[in-house]
Design a protein around this ligand. Sequence first.
Ligand SMILES: Cc1cc2nc3c(=O)[nH]c(=O)nc-3n(C[C@H](O)[C@H](O)[C@H](O)COP(=O)(O)OP(=O)(O)OC[C@H]3O[C@@H](n4cnc5c(N)ncnc54)[C@H](O)[C@@H]3O)c2cc1C
Length: 405
Amino acid sequence: MPMRLRENISLRAYHTFGTEAKARYFLEFTDSAELADLLRENPRLFDPVLVLGSGSNLLFTRDFPGMVIRPAVTGITVEKEDDHHVWLRAGAGVVWDDFVRYAVEAGWGGVENLSLIPGRVGAVPVQNIGAYGREAASVISSVTGVAVPSGEIREYGAAECRFGYRTSIFKEELRERFIITSVVFRLDRVPELVLEYGDLRNEVEIKDEAGNENENEVKTGDEERDKVKVKIKAEVEIKKEIGDEGQNDVEAKISSTNRFDHQVAGPGPVGGHNIDITVTDVREAVIRIRRRKLPDPSMLGNAGSFFKNPVVGASTAARLRAAYPAIPVYPSGEGLVKLSAGWLIDQCGWKGFRKGDAGVHRDHALVLINYGGATGKEIFKLSEEICRSVQERFGVDLEREVIVV
Ligand SMILES: Cc1cc2nc3c(=O)[nH]c(=O)nc-3n(C[C@H](O)[C@H](O)[C@H](O)COP(=O)(O)OP(=O)(O)OC[C@H]3O[C@@H](n4cnc5c(N)ncnc54)[C@H](O)[C@@H]3O)c2cc1C
């Protein structure tokens, strides 16, 4: 595809909230060198710049006065391999779940828990996507792209990416200053499965215990499913709140006994049951859970979890526990405690709230919704009201996970 520059483009179809916003310029490219040349020749076109993937973590509150760039670099290639690992380079324009499916079909491990997260490969390092106990940081080997405004093509090694909980150098210092064109992922030839999060082990074992194919099981195995659920629940404390797709699963790990820790794929007893679990089983289980629990943005405008889970000091946590004994708290590194943003918002009575076409999902307090005609500003205003009420009631500041433009 040749580089394509357009003007005054509606972005409505390019982001999952589906609100109206326009871009002054809109550029799609496949060749990084061509992009670098244009940048050097016309730097003013790129001031300001916004890189767009699938728009599943963005809220537009205004028209964008500069250049919206959508990398269309595709392709997945084997960069190198050894006895233990395979390094795959994927173009920034590859749909993330296509990449996960590719890896899983080859039997390589590391990304199966991240199945069905919306978006493109280029955005994966930006907020270090995570779900079901896995973060992209654990498999990213390097990130390549074009610097703005110099046009220099640069590679960042994993350590330079400064990955953190839903963040990286690309979301902070390099925001709007680096256009990611490809990412190299290091996958395991012998997968180490991570199953100790949320409902995942439970869901995987439902299939294997019943000995059915997933689809059949889902349709016919309800009774068996219930039996298995009861057994597994006795073994692992499961936090069921899946508002923030991965984060609450991290919480589940922390609160679990960790008895099963990492499970190397292959035959053997798992959680007391003799079953073989593969990366395909994990992917299918994640997909089933996500389809059951999360709103589909093609049906209901949303960007997944709108807020991050707040991390507070031990003294704040102690104060909150004294006042609210039921508050979920999870250790989060030295002297720090993670709270559940979903719980805090829910306690303030926001679940199911709707004003005009902007609202809060009825099952997920973390997910803000555009019911059709909401503007970005209305959704943003709602998010501010939510932050304010959580601050007033709990004295805790919520931070947005979604990028507000
Ligand atoms: C229903 C739903 C469920 C979700 N579940 C999860 C989940 O489980 N875990 C999770 O972590 N996230 C989740 N998300 C959020 C979102 O899917 C991820 O953050 C995803 O990686 C965003 O990809 P995107 O291509 O849509 O990026 P966009 O939304 O287009 O962009 C996000 C940010 O990345 C920047 N960016 C995008 N591409 C590039 C590039 N090539 N170079 C430089 N910067 C770039 C953008 O400028 C922006 O700042 C969910 C969203 C939805 C709607």
